[in-house]
Ligand binder design. Structure first.
Ligand SMILES: C[S@@+](CC[C@H](N)C(=O)[O-])C[C@H]1O[C@@H](n2cnc3c(N)ncnc32)[C@H](O)[C@@H]1O
Length: 303
């Protein structure tokens, strides 16, 4: 299967599109808060570099988009997939404007899982609001935070990401972003739960870690239960990333309520600020929250 070809069929993003969106982000600068939640400016910059890896993430049925295509005949036996494909053929795509891969991707998004990105605009809004200069994303994912840091010309963007498949994409993305900004990028491909954060100097943590087992990213650690994941991932990663943060810095996490209730509140107490992640209603139906703590002293939390 030619994955690159399939990605191009779904999103044919040219480098000119990427340049244009990057320039728009730079123009938006500290005004990202004024932009609508539906504005997608900057998403193509992220997708140009990491869309293929995103499509390798497994959603429901333990299946990623490429496997879905490979097994489409099997999936067509499922009533809801069949119904959706028929609806596309007879109604939604009756003029054949969308090619077969776009249709399959939309059906996958609706029937299996939509693997979303953190929009660069969301990250820019956060970085501007908290006057960030040196930011850390310990679950760096598809690159939205790196693009945002470059657009705002921040001093440093630190990223930690365990999915080694993203390394080459990040190399290319960082080289590209450096043509627009003086931001220093330091991206490590390792486990955020065991990383030594004293290597980094940062005033803001903004991260969107996995929500338990909703999405299965490639090359991630396998946890056997929620308890296992709490102990081996959430507790050490949150605690260490927080302890490494500069005093007066902000610790900002986008996560499901379950992890906030069970883990974050237990470690850090009630968040100092809670607000919804600005996103298009179409992305998915539930509201996701952002939890913020201001670090007021340098006493570390013990593990
Ligand atoms: C929800 S995604 C982040 C997506 C992000 N919201 C975005 O749109 O870019 C979570 C990321 O955390 C990474 N991850 C999972 N476990 C990790 C770990 N132990 N250390 C570092 N990164 C990890 C996954 O590979 C995935 O890329």
């Amino acid at each position: 299967m030619n994955k690159e070809y399939i990605c191009k069929q779904i999103k044919n993003i040219t480098i000119d599109d990427v340049d244009e969106e990057m320039n728009k982000l730079i123009q938006i600068g500290n005004d990202a808060y004024t932009m609508s939640s539906r504005c997608r400016t900057g998403n193509n910059v992220v997708d140009y570099f990491t869309f293929l890896q995103r499509l390798e993430t497994k959603g429901k049925y333990d299946i990623n988009f490429f496997e879905f295509i490979e097994k489409i005949e099997e999936f067509k036996q499922k009533k809801f997939i069949q119904t959706m494909l028929t609806y596309y053929k007879d109604v939604k795509n009756k003029n054949n404007k969308k090619n077969e891969y776009i249709v399959l991707k939309e059906v996958y998004n609706i029937c299996i899982s939509a693997i979303n990105i953190m929009r660069p605009l969301n990250c820019m809004e956060i970085y501007s609001k908290y006057k960030s200069k040196r930011v850390l994303n310990f679950c760096a994912g598809w690159g939205g935070s790196a693009v945002a840091a470059a657009a705002l010309n921040l001093e440093v963007h630190y990223g930690i990401e365990i999915n080694i498949d993203l390394e080459k994409s990040y190399d290319k993305m960082v080289s590209y972003l450096k043509t627009f900004s003086g931001t220093l990028f330091d991206i490590r491909f390792c486990d955020a739960a065991t990383f030594d954060y004293s290597e980094f100097v940062y005033d803001t943590v903004f991260s969107s870690p996995p929500y338990y087992f909703i999405e299965k990213y490639k090359n991630n650690v396998k946890y056997y239960s929620k308890k296992d994941m709490n102990e081996k991932f959430y507790i050490p990663a949150f605690t260490k990333a927080y302890n490494g943060l500069q005093t007066d810095g902000y610790f900002i996490i986008n996560i499901c309520k379950e992890v906030y209730d069970n883990i974050l509140q237990n470690i850090f107490g009630e968040a100092h600020e809670i607000f919804p992640l600005k996103k298009s209603k179409r992305q998915n139906e539930h509201t996701e929250m952002i939890y913020v703590w201001k670090k007021t002293n340098n006493v570390p939390f013990l593990l």
